[in-house]
Design a protein around this ligand. Structure first.
Ligand SMILES: [Zn+2]
Length: 852
């Protein structure tokens, strides 16, 4: 039984047989709030007379199927999410009339009623295989065709799709009025997964970009209740900067005519690159004060989706094996464009502080995989939207750009767009273009970096002469025994000395590292520096180690290092060493408390306190924990007090303090900030910060359901509802956990984003007694959750509600026994294995912290 799966082989067979001429899709959004009408007409040719194939359609009531004018009985032809098509002719026309189901999980056509004003909003989300939840498809990226959408919707709605929005016509046969029809022109050839329809009572702002290849109409959309937060001038500015940069860099006019960006509710991801019709999560329209990392990231998201218009939508992967390339290219391009064309000129430092850490973490989980994953079917693809596919892929692509040279890289990419426009490709097609433009053989590079998994560790290895100079110097490379590949790395090595109260770079060299030991003759005779920094300039994808003296320098004075990228590498090295049980959690917390106050990188300020919080609670030895948590809490209180009024530091420390607060004094502080009797100069206690403070209280049993309901009354929006659900789930009582469990794991009527909020809030540090029963409950659910709840709900729950906070040998043993005996779906087992790995890591780190 294929279920909703589709294998690569099935897709290849179907692509060999068919050529799709066109899709015409007629959606009726006026038939109720549970289902909508969906009529699809597909014209396609078939290379083998009389052959058989299938079309895809999920969760539909099929009323009528006609193939080449002949009726086909849905009762026999539609089964298992597929419509069997037999006796195909050279030219075919398939018509399927069905009712499809609105989604509450963000997959397919999601329908949302805004609690703020009862207005209705819908949008589609199709990647990977969910267009088939909205219309009848051949659901694979290499069967491209022009799409013609016709949408019937309440008059007064905005309806947006891949083609420019037409003037709506009154709906025929609708005597009372109230409905209208939008007939969109056919699109350029597209893959199903980048088609889109967004319809509802959206607010619309139109603008235009006058570019070197002509005008591009721009639209920005959001819910009516968010209009005051739509900072449209800024968004238009970022969009224009992006178009100007990419049209120049890619030397290819923007291919899809107009560009709409729609900020939509209850969105699962950051954004989606539907051709000319970008959807983005509407949390990107800030209703409360946000720090610079928020705006830096939003800019990257906007540029990421825009890069996909060329790389992904104009030229599209043949099958999901090249998902990594699709995402990695967009990632590399968005950081490159941010640095070159926007005010966020230090975006690569943020990449190091945030994205690369994500990649390193993911690459050390048991589920790690080669960047070029072997995606044999849709099941395999759906769990690979991970730190390998995005962040490691982008890190490695950045190396490739350095390896062939930026200009050669762009020359190759331009030729690739020209040659494959509106077509489908595989990685080898890009490699061929780059080999041609650079004259380099890239096969062995691809093998080493794309076909193998795991991250290498690079450590300095040296002897000192009596005068304090290096008598010998080398770089030691190691690998995890499960992924033993040693690779070639281009590596910067920086030597920094204390001078006049600052850490100053004396010199920096670049070398090629390969094998398990690389001699570095250039450094022999150099005086040992206070800080020896491997990977200076962050050219390599590798974990790095600090020698004893360098670590002491970092712990004593990271703040005196002026280069933000060098600091990011030191933060990263210290965090890796803590995670790998080579630096104690106690030392890491001390490092963060001493250095974070003067960190300047936006992502550094926003993210690093989160690492320290994890160190204080989960990586600390049980006997040190109370003292370390107190140090962390009190240290944050001081940082908050001393932060510059109105600064990002102040906001970041206020949030972290709310998360760390557990002493009576600190919890009283939170209450007093909330009621206005304690103020910090310049700190606006706005809606989102209020929720952060209240959650700090709820987590510690100082805010009950009534108090949370009171806050919800002040903020009765969907965000408020999600925050309230999370706050209720954080409370340390058996009743609160039982109620939260029901929402997170059992009920089907809970929307995706509310479920996610509860899942993320459920496991709290220091609630061992009330959480203990949920180990068995978790494992019991994990047996069958994937089948019962589908990809979106199941993956969210299994990843984030794993009982990590209860880290112990008994927990490891129990999980191991489950892994041995359970017949759960491999995707479900993947998440359980990852949780187990996190627990094992925590126990090792705790042992290190116990030694001091
Ligand atoms: Zn993407």
């Amino acid at each position: 039984m294929p279920g909703t799966n589709l294998t690569r082989d099935e897709a290849a067979t179907r692509a060999a047989l068919l050529d799709v001429t066109s899709y015409a899709i007629d959606l009726d959004l006026t038939t109720g709030d549970k289902t909508f009408g969906s009529t699809t007409t597909i014209r396609f040719t078939c290379s083998e007379a009389g052959a058989e194939t299938f079309a895809d359609l999920v969760d539909a009531t099929v009323h009528e199927i006609t193939l080449n004018g002949e009726p086909v009985d849905p009762a026999t032809a539609y089964a298992d999410s597929r419509i069997t098509l037999t006796g195909l002719a050279a030219e075919n026309e398939l018509v399927v009339r069905a009712d499809c189901t609105y989604s509450r999980t963000g997959e397919g056509l999601h329908r949302f009623v805004d609690p703020a004003d009862d207005r209705v909003y819908t949008y589609t989300q199709f990647e990977v295989p969910d267009a088939r939840r909205v219309y009848t498809t051949f659901e694979q990226p290499d069967l491209k065709a022009p799409f013609q959408f016709t949408v019937t919707a309440p008059e007064g709605w905005k309806v947006v799709s891949n083609s420019p929005t037409p003037t709506p016509e009154p709906s025929a046969g609708d005597g009372q009025g109230g409905a209208a029809v939008w007939r969109f022109e056919p699109t350029k050839p597209l893959s199903t997964y980048v088609t889109a329809v967004v319809a509802g009572e959206y607010h619309e702002v139109l603008d235009v970009y006058h570019g070197k290849h002509g005008d591009i109409p721009l639209g920005h959309y959001c819910r009516q209740s968010l209009v005051e937060h739509l900072d449209v001038e800024e968004l238009v500015k970022l969009t224009r900067q992006g178009f100007e940069f990419f049209e120049e860099a890619f030397a290819y006019p923007y291919p899809f005519g107009k560009y709409d960006q729609l900020y939509v509710p209850e969105y699962n991801m950051g954004a989606m690159e539907n051709a000319g019709c970008i959807t983005l999560r509407d949390e990107y329209l800030p209703r409360s004060r946000q720090d610079r990392s928020f705006y830096e990231f939003r800019n990257e998201v906007i540029l990421h989706e825009m890069a996909h218009m060329w790389f992904g939508d104009l030229v599209t992967m043949k099958w999901w094996d090249d998902l990594w390339l699709n995402e990695s290219f967009a990632e590399w391009a968005c950081y490159h464009a941010a640095v070159e064309a926007s005010e966020f000129t230090e975006s690569w430092t943020g990449f190091t502080n945030a994205r690369k850490n994500w990649a390193y973490r993911q690459d050390q989980l048991p589920s790690t995989h080669p960047i070029a994953a072997d995606n044999v079917d849709l099941r395999a693809v759906e769990v690979n939207f991970d730190g390998i596919t995005y962040a490691k892929g982008a890190s490695v692509l950045k190396q490739l750009v350095a390896w062939v040279g930026l200009e050669n890289f762009l020359v190759g990419v331009r030729a690739y767009f020209q040659e494959h426009e509106f077509g489908n490709t595989e990685f080898k097609d890009l490699l061929a273009a780059l080999e041609k433009s650079s004259g380099r053989d890239l096969e062995s590079w691809a093998q080493e970096w794309l076909q193998t998994a795991g991250v290498n560790t690079l450590a300095p290895e040296f002897e000192l002469a009596e005068d304090g100079t290096y008598a010998s110097f080398g770089v030691r490379q190691t690998a995890d025994p499960d992924h033993p590949t040693l690779r070639r790395h281009r590596l910067g090595i920086g030597l920094y000395d204390e001078a006049g109260g600052r850490l100053v770079r004396r010199t920096s060299i670049e070398i090629d590292v390969h094998g398990d030991h690389t001699d570095v003759a250039e450094l022999v005779g150099q005086q040992q520096p206070d800080l020896l920094l491997l990977n200076d300039g962050d050219l390599a994808y590798a974990k790095i180690r600090l020698d004893e003296r360098s670590l002491a320098t970092v712990v004593g004075g990271l703040a005196t290092l002026d280069d933000s990228l060098a600091r990011a590498l030191c933060w990263g090295a210290a965090w890796d060493m803590t995670r790998d049980a080579e630096m104690s959690a106690t030392d890491f917390v001390a490092l963060v408390l001493s250095g974070i106050g003067s960190e300047t990188d936006a992502f550094g300020v926003a993210r690093i306190p989160g690492y320290a919080a994890l160190a204080a609670t989960l990586y600390s030895a049980p006997e040190n924990r109370a003292a370390l948590r107190s140090t962390w809490e009190q240290g944050l209180r001081k940082l908050l007090e001393n932060a510059e009024p109105g600064s990002d530091h102040q906001l970041s420390f206020a949030r972290a303090y709310a998360g760390a607060a557990h002493s009576d004094a600190a919890l009283t502080d939170l209450e007093r900030v909330l009621d206005g009797t304690l103020t910090f100069d310049g700190l606006a206690v706005d809606t989102d910060l209020r929720w952060t403070l209240l959650k700090g209280l709820a987590r510690n049993g100082r805010a009950d359901a009534d108090r949370i309901a009171e806050e919800l009354e002040r903020d009765n929006t969907i965000s408020g509802q999600e925050h309230a659900a999370a706050a209720r789930a954080m409370r340390p009582t058996a009743e609160a956990k039982a109620e939260a469990w029901e929402i997170a794991m059992v009920r089907d009527d809970v929307p995706n984003e509310t479920q996610r909020s509860v899942v993320l809030a459920f496991q709290q540090y220091g609630q061992d007694e009330v959480l203990a029963p949920y180990v068995e409950k978790y494992l019991a659910e994990a047996d069958t959750l994937w089948e019962r709840k589908g990809t979106q709900r199941a993956s969210t729950a299994l990843e984030f509600i794993f009982p990590k906070q209860l880290a112990s040998q008994e927990l490891l043993d129990r999980v191991d026994a489950w892994l041995d005996s359970s017949e759960a779906n491999p995707a479900a087992k993947r998440y359980v294995r990852e949780g187990r790995a996190d627990v094992a890591r925590a126990l090792a780190a705790q042992a290190k912290d116990a030694q001091g």
